[in-house]
Design a protein around this ligand. Structure first.
Ligand code: ZN
Length: 69
């Protein structure tokens, strides 16, 4: 179990309930969207690392999700 996110969080549990592949990725410390390994080197700054611990998203998926219109 290499999860970097808190698997007991309701939001994470919701994702896991909907998507078994995302669950497996989260449990292995991978981005639930694209499967990229979320090692600290891929993140731009502390804020992105912090976000990855909440959502499990890698840098590029965070950019997609949080990009400003
Ligand atoms: Zn990703």
């Amino acid at each position: 179990m290499n999860a970097i996110v808190d698997m007991s969080k309701p939001g994470i549990q919701l994702i896991c309930a909907k998507d078994p592949i995302a669950k497996e990725r989260l449990e292995n410390g991978l981005c639930p969207f694209c499967g990229t390994s979320c090692n600290p080197g891929i993140f731009r700054d502390e804020l992105s690392i912090k976000e990855s611990r909440i959502s499990g998203l890698c840098q590029s998926c965070q950019d997609e999700v949080f990009k400003e219109e």
